[in-house]
Unconditional design. Structure first.
Length: 202
């Protein structure tokens, strides 16, 4: 009997030790602090804000070396689209500055595409490349020079308009650019076509 009791007590001790081993120790270390929110979007907002200011100043005054170079480059590339560059930069700054954690990459891209699409539409409507054999380098150089003088849609806008005209003709290219312009504007405003239809029905 004594031996049986001894075996029972031994087995009880073994079970207790096993349970003690299985019970995990409580970790009293505090949880790691959450990472600081990134400031990339806010930094981008400040960059676009300053670019908008420089572009707006360049519309009336080109005394500064950087402003003269930057506005000349934008005019050469976009021509008549230059008039929408400052609002587009300001729009992008507002989108990035007030994102509230939401994805805004598509909205910013659409806002920045507005001057290019406008330049291409204006080039289709009011400018024609000189007749004769087309040479890309000569055409781009001519469009850049005339774009700096605000006489066409610039090198990028003019070449885009020329390519679309060759593909779809003027009557197909202009409505396409107009539709893309409207779509980019709607997307940049964080809206949709269905939302606009609902508002019109109300």
């Amino acid at each position: 009997m004594a031996q049986t009791k001894g075996k029972k007590s031994t087995s009880t001790k073994t079970k207790t030790q096993t349970k003690a081993k299985k019970t995990p120790e409580k970790d009293n270390t505090p949880p790691p602090a959450p990472p600081a929110p990134p400031i990339r979007r806010e930094a981008g907002a400040f960059v676009f804000l300053f670019l908008a200011v420089f572009t707006a100043v360049g519309m009336f005054n080109t005394d500064g070396a950087f402003i003269a170079y930057f506005t000349g480059l934008v005019k050469g590339l976009l021509g008549w689209g230059f008039w929408l560059v400052a609002p587009a930069f300001l729009f992008a700054a507002v989108i990035l500055g007030f994102h509230k954690g939401r994805p805004v990459a598509a909205r910013v891209c659409c806002a920045l595409l507005l001057p290019l699409l406008f330049a291409a539409m204006a080039n289709l409507a009011f400018y024609e490349l000189p007749a004769g054999k087309f040479d890309l380098k000569t055409a781009a150089n001519d469009l850049f020079i005339r774009g700096k003088a605000l006489e066409c849609g610039g090198a990028v806008g003019g070449l885009l308009a020329f390519a679309l005209e060759k593909l779809f003709s003027v009557y197909g290219a202009f409505p396409l650019l107009l539709a893309l312009f409207a779509l980019c504007l709607i997307t940049a405003c964080n809206s949709s076509i269905s939302d606009i239809i609902k508002k019109l029905r109300e």
